[in-house]
Design a protein around this ligand. Structure first.
Ligand SMILES: [Zn+2]
Length: 176
């Protein structure tokens, strides 16, 4: 296993060097780096913030919220099939100095490599949003992560294994 960890560390270093050269496929390599860092959730869902939507449920009232981070706006809204995104509330991006953990690392890497749009999107993703329905304010990344990573979540206090949950989850998805 030590050899495996070494290989991953080397892979991360190679990716980091590649990212510093500001390649045209920056986002692809950035997501590969997230995978190498075992940030599988963000590796899978992170977009280029040109036209990205992050659906989640309000942690307080449960209403379905669409978080939009793109060129056309950065807001939380209720998605209406006829009217589009209604009751929009502007997102509250995180101040760079206040970011911690994964968000801080992702943001610092993007800034280091001059990826302005990516860094700005990350500060919104790891910032706060207001629920259009109940006006509670929550952390976007925290809610989106907890709502969308059942397969990769550590076995919870209820004793169910992540693998079992992931399987039943995909069965539900297949049935609907
Ligand atoms: Zn709410």
């Amino acid at each position: 296993m030590a050899g495996c960890a070494d290989a991953i560390a080397q892979f991360r270093e190679v990716l980091n060097r590649h990212l510093r050269s500001r390649p045209t496929d920056y986002l692809v390599s950035f997501r590969a780096l997230l995978s190498a860092a075992e940030e599988y959730h963000w590796a899978a869902v992170l977009g280029d913030f040109k036209d990205d939507f992050y659906p989640l449920d309000c942690p307080h009232c449960g209403v379905e919220i669409t978080i939009a981070i793109g060129d056309y706006g950065r807001y939380s809204a209720i998605r209406d099939w006829d009217l589009g995104d209604v009751r929009r509330r502007g997102l509250r991006p995180a101040v760079a100095e206040r970011l911690t953990g994964t968000g801080k690392w992702m943001h610092e890497t993007a800034v280091r490599d001059g990826q302005v749009a990516l860094a700005d999107g990350i500060s919104h993703l790891f910032g706060h949003a207001e629920c259009p329905s109940c006006a509670s304010v929550f952390n976007v990344a925290d809610e989106y992560t907890s709502a969308n990573r059942p397969v990769l979540r550590q076995a919870g206090s209820d004793g169910s294994s992540a693998a079992t949950y992931g399987m039943s989850h995909s069965r539900i998805a297949a049935a609907t």
